[in-house]
Every structure is written in C-alpha cells, then in structure tokens.
Design a protein. Structure first.
Length: 637
C-alpha cells in the first residue's frame, strides 16, 4: 500500500509540475497584455505553448502501446529526471529565441517554419517508431535510396491522431494571413535573444550538473538511457535530436580501438562460449549445399494455423515433417530492419544501436558463414529481388564475404508487386540458375512480396475471406504470406525435380515479424479473432529442412543471432573456427535457453542476475565490435 501511495504521489507531482508551468506561462501572457507588450510577443508565446503541447502529446503516444493512442498518465510516468517539463520548455525557447533576430513578417514566418518543421519531425518519428521501435537519426539521411521503395509502407504508418500535430499550424497560418497586426510592428531585439537564449542554456546546464554530473540515483539528462523512449522522455523531442546529432558527429570521427575496449570484447566472447561435447547433430549435413531463404515478414503465428478452415502456410507446414523446427525463435533486428536480418544470420553479430549497420559500416570485417564456407570450397551467392542500394545490402554483403551478388538488375522485371519483383517471377527465374550451379554452394536468398502494407493484387489472393476481413491489414497479411508460401512450394518442387534437393539443406526463417510489427493496433480491432491471431510475441519461425531427415520440433529459446553457429554445426564446421567471433550459440547443443531482443527484452530463463545482465550486455559489446571494426583489428580478413 505504501508503494502504491508513493507511485501516486510521483504521478501527481509530475502532473502538478506540468500544470504549474502552464499557470506561469498564462500569468506571463496576462502580464504582457496588461503592459501592452502582449501583441508583440503573442506569436512567440503561442508557438512556444504549441510546441510544448505537441511534445507532451508525442511522449504520451510513444510510451503507450503501438504509439496510436495518447495516455496522459504514461506521458508523465516515463520521466526519470525530476524537472522534465521545464527542460522541455527551455529547449524550445533556445530554438525560438532566434526569432528576435528578425522583425515584422520575417519573425512570424520564422516562428511558423520552426513549428512546422518540428511537427514534421514528430510525425516522422512516430511513423518510424511504429515500425522500428526507434526514432529518426542523422544516419537515415544517408539512406534516401530506400525511399523510392518504401513510400507506401511509410505512409501506412500514419494514424488519424497525427493530424493533431498540424492543427495549430492551420490556425496560425490563417491568423498570419488575415491579422498582420500581430507582427507588422515587431522590431528586431537582440537583447531579448541573448536573455532568453542565455537563461535557457543556463537552466539546462544547471540540470545537467544536478542530474548527470552528480549522478543522482535513477535520474539523468544527457545520458543515453536503456531505451530510446526513456532518453526521449528525459530530454524532450528537441533535446533528444540535438543530443543525437552531437553523438552522431562525435561517432563519425575515426575512432581507434582502445586496448581496454579490445580486452573487454575478447573477455565477453571468451566467457560466452559453452564448449560442450559434440552430439548427434554435428556434421550431419557436412559437404552439402546450403540454401538460406529469408522470408519477408514471416512470423510464427501463421505456421500450422488455419483461417476459415484454410491453411495459411500449407507448404511450410508440409516441410516440417522433414525439418528441425524452432517455434521459439525471435527477431532481433533493429534500425536496419531487414538488412539487420542479413547481418545476424551470416555473422552472428547484433546490429549497431544507432542507425543501420549496412549504411554506417558497409565495409566492416567479419568472420562470417560465407567466408568460412568459401574456405571449404563453396561457391557463395547472395540474391535480392530489389536494388543493390536498398538498405545498402550489396556492398555490405560483399564485404561480409559473398563471392557474388545478384540484385534486380540481373532479373527480367516482368512482374512487380509492392516493393519490387514478385516472388513468383523471382523464384521462377532462380530455379534454373540454382540447378545449374557448381556444387557445393551457399545461396542466401531474400523474398519481398509479403512486405507491408500487405496489399496483394486481387488475382493472387487465394484465401477465401469475408470482404471486410479481406480488406483489413490482418486479412491482407494472411493473403500475402499465403502467396509467398505458394511460390516457395513451387520453387522447392522445381529444385527437387532437378535433383538439387538430394544434396541440399534448406534454411527458412522470417526477417522479422509482420502484421503485428506494423499494425498491431489495427489487428486488435478486427473481430472476432482466435487467440493465435493476436500473437505479438516477436517470434519468427526457423525451419531447417532436408528431404531425407525426420522432422523434430526443438523448443529452445533463441534468436537470429544464433543462426550461423547452428547451421555451421550441422555442416560439420569445427567450433574453433568461429566460436570466439559469434554472439549467438548453437541451438542444437546448448544448456542455455534465452534470446535478447533489440529492445533489450529478455526472453527465456537465466541462471542468475549476473548471467542475465551479461547476455544483455552482448548487444552493447556487438555495437562496440562494429563501430571499432574489431575483427579487422584482430587480424581477420
């Protein structure tokens, strides 16, 4: 009971703090009006209050499920620093104080532009957050090659509530056009600029000293918190992005790997080797071809499930009879989305914590699966049905170790669906290429058609659904996955007829979850639904198929980072060739049962708190490995 009272007191204190700011600002406005200065400062005050309100609205959205509904209590409950709203206000004033350089209409339109750009930033952050659980960073400016493919997907992340971020702009624009008396007589005032700017900086620095330098327990300002939401909540949207730009500039400088950092990395990698005796799984596919198929937006929820009596993935379900199936396999992608899946599967290294790894560090060195297989005489080929510039995958996968790559320029683009070449045409053109390859080979393949917004053309919707359900995002997702499943079945049948599958192991997994990742709020509104339709557990299937083996379901918890060591074990690759460079573990020979999601959420069990913290620390160690190009420094080529 006492703890509950403390929590309620904290909530009330934060809410009262917010109310006090508003009272002070309104009192200031009243004083200005009485003194005759209110008209001069009215647009400045309006803009300040509007940006502050939008900041609170934004925080209340991102700290609520799916960032689609505002929760007043969660907006305030998220702060760890004691005076957050004052910090919010002063960050805004720092920016808007430069309005006093201008006079007349120039000042009005400067304030309007700042407000409009701020709204654009918040809306962009929301769209990105709904898809990737993170916020826009300067690194995304180098990823504009993705926009031509992703426009429809990005727009699908908008929600009706986002209109509130531009409502004040419409009002202010109308006022600015009709009531020029608000600004025509305003004069340049450098003294006001210095006073507002100086006081704001001084206050924020004071809080920095109180919270960061003194290190008050549980409070921080200019420190990266465990979650981007927490850092955003502490600093405000403006403060967060300012701090992010600072870190971007700092990290952009060439940084050498320090001896203590190298030792920390080596120590973590050494400590996380299990070194268990070999079991019956080792080397059962030694010398065989490997085809790894990364299926767009495939999540575990649809495997072995039916909708209105119809199997959603009949071909994948059929494969399970001859597969090792891991139903508790989790997505671990981060800001790089699908490209992070490429990285995780082939290197067993978590992606960086800021920006997309393939854009920031496309030429890094890794001890990867394609490199090891090339040493064993394999021909290695990475294939995407999109542009090589999409997520910068082509140079990155080449650096990772693939001997050859194929992008959309190598295909006949006879049928496009969504982001690019349809899965049907893609698989149809690939089948003869793969059948004629020199063996042994490793082909890494990525599919595309089941990408959001899941608007598959009518002629390919083979599931019979009600009109209303078919138009929903969930219905569209089921139709898209069913289409890809059908094309995958045709592809494997073709390879079987050519004899390739007699000597080939096929690995199939999802790059990340699908409809629950992007539209979980809309899924919940579809009624009625069976419980499995609401599965937002972040699980993706891992299926390791060979036509000659008996199937087995393996319940061990794991994630994408475990793909490489698991496959390497089956192919008979000695662990000493990769054990000190991988962040994952062999899921077929392990005593551990866990996965760490990109959000640091821990799935499974740990023996004690030390092990728990050490597993989560792996994400930060991997970030250091990539940023400092550790494997190159360690002598790998």
């Amino acid at each position: 009971m006492a703890r509950l009272e403390d929590e309620l007191t904290k909530k009330n204190t934060k809410i009262n703090g917010f109310s006090n700011i508003w009272l002070k600002l309104f009192e200031w406005m009243r004083t200005l009006v009485i003194s005759g200065l209110g008209l001069k400062y009215s647009v400045f005050i309006f803009t300040t209050l509007a940006m502050l309100t939008k900041s609170i609205l934004f925080i209340g959205l991102i700290n609520n499920e799916n960032a689609t509904k505002y929760d007043h209590m969660k907006a305030f409950y998220s702060f760890s620093s004691s005076p957050p709203l004052e910090v919010y206000a002063f960050f805004i004033i720092i920016l808007l104080s430069f309005a006093f350089i201008f006079k007349g209409k120039a000042r009005f339109w400067f304030l309007f532009s700042c407000n409009a750009l701020f709204s654009t930033l918040l809306i962009t952050d929301l769209m990105y957050y709904r898809g990737y659980s993170s916020f826009v960073t300067p690194y995304l400016l180098s990823q504009t090659t993705n926009l031509d493919n992703l426009f429809s997907s990005v727009i699908s992340m908008l929600r009706q509530i986002d209109f509130l971020f531009i409502l004040d702009l419409l009002i202010l624009f109308g006022i600015g056009i009709k009531h020029k008396t608000l600004y025509v007589r305003t004069q340049r005032n450098i003294y006001t600029l210095f006073i507002l700017f100086g006081l704001s900086v001084a206050y924020i620095y004071y809080q920095h000293v109180q919270l960061d330098i003194k290190g008050n327990d549980g409070e921080m300002l200019f420190r990266v918190a465990w979650s981007p939401n927490q850092t955003m909540s502490n600093l405000s949207p403006l403060g967060y992005h300012g701090f992010d730009i600072y870190n971007y500039l700092k990290d952009s400088k060439d940084a050498e790997l320090k001896p203590e950092e190298s030792e920390e990395i080596k120590k973590w990698l050494d400590q996380n080797q299990e070194k268990l005796p070999a079991n019956e799984y080792k080397g059962i596919f030694k010398g065989q071809n490997l085809i790894m198929i990364q299926v767009e937006s495939l999540e575990t929820s649809v495997i072995n499930q039916k909708i209105d009596g119809q199997e959603i993935t009949p071909n994948l379900n059929k494969l399970l009879a001859n597969s090792y199936y891991f139903p508790n396999f989790y997505e671990q992608v981060y800001n790089g989305s699908s490209s992070d899946a490429d990285l995780l599967a082939n290197t067993s290294v978590y992606p960086v914590r800021t920006g997309a790894t393939f854009f920031r560090f496309p030429y890094n060195t890794y001890n990867s699966l394609p490199k090891i297989l090339r040493e064993d005489g394999y021909n290695t080929l990475a294939i995407h049905p999109d542009k090589g510039s999409y997520w910068n995958w082509m140079p990155a996968l080449t650096a990772i170790g693939f001997e050859k790559t194929m992008d959309e320029s190598r295909f006949n683009l006879d049928e496009k669906i969504g982001l690019g070449l349809s899965d049907g045409s893609y698989f149809r053109q690939l089948a003869p290429i793969i059948s004629e390859q020199k063996q042994p080979f490793y082909n890494f393949m990525v599919t595309l058609t089941s990408h959001n917004p899941f608007d598959l053309p009518e002629q390919y919707r083979s599931l019979i659904l009600s009109e209303e359900f078919d138009k929903s995002k969930l219905g569209g997702y089921f139709q898209s996955i069913r289409y890809t499943d059908e094309q995958l079945g045709i592809f494997l049948e073709s390879l079987d007829k050519s004899g390739v599958l007699d000597n080939t192991v096929v690995v199939i997994y999802g790059d990340h979850t699908g409809v629950h990742k992007y539209y979980n709020d809309e899924v919940k509104e579809v009624q009625p639904l069976e419980s499995w339709c609401l599965d937002d557990s972040k699980r993706i299937p891992l299926i390791i198929y060979h036509k000659e083996m008996n199937g087995r379901e393996i319940p061990t918890n794991g994630g994408q980072v475990d793909t490489m060591p698991t496959i390497a074990y089956l192919l008979g690759i000695n662990e000493d060739r990769y054990s000190n460079t991988v962040f994952g573990r062999n899921l077929l020979n392990t005593k551990k049962d866990f996965a760490v999601l990109s959000t640091r959420l821990y799935m499974g069990e740990s023996e004690n708190s030390t092990e728990f913290e050490n597993h989560i620390k792996g994400i930060d160690i991997a970030d250091l490995v990539i940023r400092k190009n550790y494997f190159k420094e360690a002598g790998y080529k």
